[in-house]
Design a protein around this ligand. Structure first.
Ligand code: C2E
Ligand code: CA
Ligand code: CA
Length: 421
């Protein structure tokens, strides 16, 4: 099936994916960047649509009637000059292996996208790999753009919670001045029995509106506290564990006691746990939350104000929150080297955080340039794809080990050697 816009020049992007939704999603993003795109759902149509003007091929690796690997061979034989992006819901290692193979076949591999991917990731990839004119960040998106292809149903979510179908991916946090891994942020994923991995943006809000978020929060906390031991060295080295907590869960006055009991049960010091609450959630629930936040701090649990800068808060209100950490939202981090006002927000946030004794974390760090700016501005901790995506536990362990091997002789190495056996 071909689906290019009539009257267009030959398509510059060619998609092959048996899932029509994915093709549509990519086509819409390409259209927003003024790139012509054709989508196909099987090999014969794909080969028919392939022409020398195609700059970029976006290929699903796993299709019911087409073998992605076989298709790579065909492209190699045809001495295809287009750059190839591989897509799959598989483990990233499978993608990496396929990439390696494609290179051996003489293809130019431009990268991979792990499904489900987000619009921002896709747009960035399209922009960097084609000659698309950059669309200003605030330009309106086309109205029919499917941003989150996963639709979650209430009954499904209730079942998922009762059966605990959730798992955690962990993203390392790096202390900028020492280049050491100091913490891990746990990010929840839902392993839906019939679907691919579902990301939190597709279900957290629903869980909040159905009153299920407390239950989900406890499942996440238990798993995180249980798993953190796997990543932490036995020599007393520790990594902090950051957990995202919905502000709606800060109503229950027994929360601090229950939470600290849980940390004790799993042998984790409350001081090594950081609860992240979004700035907007904090402001909305401030009156009822302050009591609980104060009690958590008295029990040494750390508190972080997440997505800082996006919540329209008054500093006067925020001053009341006994937080130990500020997390600058990625929107500022990612534009700080091109947008002067974003840089100023970052600098002032760091200054202010330090002036009141808080640690400042930058999220969404994707480039060395961004890290350089943050270092120059005195930011404490960085987290983002530049270092690593959020990883499943086993991959995280390999990542930590590989990193420890690189930084031979440092304390990090000693700690991990003890913890990884
Ligand atoms: P967040 O707490 O702001 O988490 C950061 C999000 O940015 C994560 O998305 C992460 O995968 C993504 N990210 C990390 N590094 C980069 C980067 O370099 N570039 C870009 N573009 N993105 C990056 P994720 O995992 O999809 O989570 C989305 C949001 O869902 C989180 O935003 C958090 O607010 C919420 N969430 C995640 N886990 C939980 C949870 O257990 N409980 C609650 N209540 N909310 C959660
Ligand atoms: Ca967070
Ligand atoms: Ca954020």
């Amino acid at each position: 099936m071909r689906d290019d816009k009539p009257g267009d020049a030959l398509p510059r992007i060619l998609v092959i994916d048996d899932d029509h939704n994915v093709g549509e999603f990519i086509a819409a993003a390409a259209q927003a960047l003024d790139l012509s795109c054709a989508m196909t759902t099987n090999t014969p149509d794909f080969m028919l649509a392939l022409n020398p003007d195609v700059e970029l091929i976006m290929m699903d690796l796993m299709m019911p009637d087409t073998d992605g690997i076989e298709l790579l061979r065909l492209l190699g034989q045809a001495a295809c000059k287009a750059r190839v992006v591989l897509m799959s819901g598989f483990d990233v290692r499978v993608l990496e292996t396929a990439e390696e193979l494609a290179r051996e076949l003489g293809l130019s591999v431009a990268g991979h996208l792990q499904k489900p991917f987000r619009l921002v990731e896709l747009e960035e990839m399209l922009r960097s790999l084609t000659k698309a004119g950059a669309r200003p960040a605030n330009a309106p998106r086309p109205p029919n753009l499917v941003v989150e292809p996963t639709i979650v149903l209430e009954a499904d979510l209730r079942r998922a919670i009762s059966r605990n179908e959730f798992l955690l991916h962990y993203q390392p946090q790096i202390e900028i001045k020492s280049d050491r891994v100091v913490g891990l942020e746990a990010l929840v994923r839902w392993q839906h029995p019939e679907q691919r991995l579902v990301f939190p943006d597709a279900f957290i809000q629903l869980a909040e509106s159905l009153g299920l978020i407390d239950e989900l929060g406890w499942l996440v906390a238990k798993r995180g506290l249980f798993e953190i031991g796997r990543f932490t060295g036995k020599n007393g080295a520790f990594l902090t564990l950051s957990l995202n907590v919905s502000a709606y869960s800060l109503h229950d006055l027994s929360f601090p006691d229950r939470f600290v009991e849980l940390t004790e049960r799993y042998g984790v010091s409350p001081a090594n746990v950081i609860l992240e609450i979004t700035e907007s959630g904090l402001i909305r629930e401030l009156a009822s939350a302050l009591d609980i936040l104060a009690r958590l701090r008295m029990k040494r649990v750390q508190l972080s104000i997440d997505d800082f800068g996006t919540g329209y808060s008054m500093l006067q209100q925020l001053r009341l929150v006994p937080a130990t950490e500020l997390k600058i939202d990625k929107i500022f981090v990612q534009t700080m080297h091109t947008d002067h006002s974003a840089r100023v927000v970052v600098q002032k946030t760091i200054e202010m955080g330090h002036a009141i004794g808080m640690q400042v974390v930058a999220e969404g760090v994707e480039t060395a340039g961004q890290l350089d700016c943050l270092r120059a501005d005195g930011c404490d901790i960085a987290q983002g794809y530049f270092f690593s995506r959020p990883l499943p536990p086993t991959e995280l362990l390999s990542w930590l080990r590989a990193r420890a091997d690189r930084v031979k002789g440092s304390r990090e190495t000693d700690d991990l050697a003890a913890g990884s056996s």
